[in-house]
Design a protein around this ligand. Structure first.
Ligand SMILES: [Zn+2]
Ligand SMILES: [Zn+2]
Length: 346
């Protein structure tokens, strides 16, 4: 089959023929219907520093962990629940399934977990991919593959907003209007925030957040963010989300936050950073970090998509096939107006 291979850290992806995946006893093979390009993959494809706190990718790996597709092969112990033709999405890891972490839905922390984009578990920037039967969730007929590929970034936003301990009527500021920022905006709306202001250095990206639940957008390249936020809210935000994840973005969130606010850091900053603790201290800010999600969040997101209670389709800004995929991935490393670029292999 064809797959987009990361031959070396920092190098462009190359579309190559690689061996077809074969399912282990408790695994399935999917024909990939859609797979979103994730900012994490962009960061990780360029990171060779083992000190950043998250793993370094091996040369020759295939990334891609936001996907949905059709089951084409079923492992010999997985046939009680799954059939060829089933439409599904799946988690980015395969855990042991038995340990307390796996049972709590946090299989990515399992000592035996295989994470996607590793030698043991290639990702879904490919025609086919292998998934764990226990980590697979069925899609309702009303949920398309491209919506199914949004379940993962939606689960990231759901976990972040849970950690924000939002109250109905709250005012929030979301800094960064990439897929994570838009997903956070969607869940803030869902959980009853009254004012949801989204800022970005690219005005068009911030404006797209309005289609996903934001009540105001700020062009951070032109406007004074604090002034615009105060205008839009008629007061101060109680929660500030850092959905950027570059050196300086956490300090920016601290600067934007009023006293006694909560900051939720969701953006993945894979470099050393410097900040002024006193600026957070004198405001008595509460700073919390959000990473991945629980397995149950996937089921929740799929259920709500299936019932039409959330609509994430405006997150998708572009589509690409495997032929144009390497160029599309490379282009996203530069500043751009795109949000979620979706690989569709059909
Ligand atoms: Zn992702
Ligand atoms: Zn486990």
């Amino acid at each position: 089959m064809k797959a987009a291979v990361l031959q070396a850290i920092g190098a462009p992806l190359v579309i190559e023929d690689v061996p077809d995946p074969e399912p282990g006893p408790t695994e399935l093979v999917l024909q990939v219907g859609a797979c979103g390009i994730c900012g994490t993959d962009l960061h990780m494809s360029e990171n060779s520093d083992p000190n950043v706190g998250w793993r370094v990718l091996p040369a020759g790996c295939v990334m891609g962990h936001e996907f949905a597709g059709e089951v084409v092969e079923v492992g010999r112990q997985a046939g009680d629940r799954w059939r060829t033709g089933d439409r599904v999405t799946a988690l980015p890891w395969i855990g042991c399934g038995h340990c307390p972490l796996c049972r709590a839905g946090r299989g990515f922390r399992c000592a035996q977990a295989k994470m996607r984009a590793s030698a043991e578990l290639p990702g879904a920037y490919a025609e086919y991919t292998r998934v764990g039967a226990g980590e697979t969730i069925r899609l309702p007929d009303s949920v398309s593959f491209r919506e199914g590929a949004l379940v993962e970034p939606l689960a990231v936003g759901l976990n972040a907003v849970r950690r924000a301990q939002l109250q109905p009527g709250d005012a929030v500021l979301v800094v960064g209007a990439g897929p994570v920022g838009l997903s956070v905006a969607l869940w803030c709306r869902f959980f009853g925030a009254q004012h949801i202001v989204v800022s970005d250095l690219v005005a068009a990206r911030a404006e797209r957040a309005l289609a996903l639940g934001a009540t105001a957008s700020v062009d951070a390249s032109q406007d004074d963010v604090r002034e615009r936020v105060a205008e839009a809210i008629g007061g101060r935000p109680r929660v500030v989300f850092d959905c950027v994840g570059v050196p300086g973005s956490l300090q920016l969130a601290i600067d934007y936050a009023p006293h006694d606010a909560r900051i939720v850091v969701v953006g993945l900053c894979m470099a050393g950073d410097q900040l002024f603790p006193t600026k957070a201290l004198v405001k008595e800010l509460e700073i919390t970090f959000a990473f991945i999600y629980r397995q149950q969040d996937f089921a929740t997101v799929v259920h709500l998509l299936g019932e039409g209670r959330i609509d994430a389709a405006p997150m998708i800004s572009d589509r690409v096939d495997l032929g144009g995929f390497a160029d599309a991935f490379e282009a996203l490393k530069q500043p751009n107006t795109q949000i979620k670029v979706m690989l569709e292999t059909d």
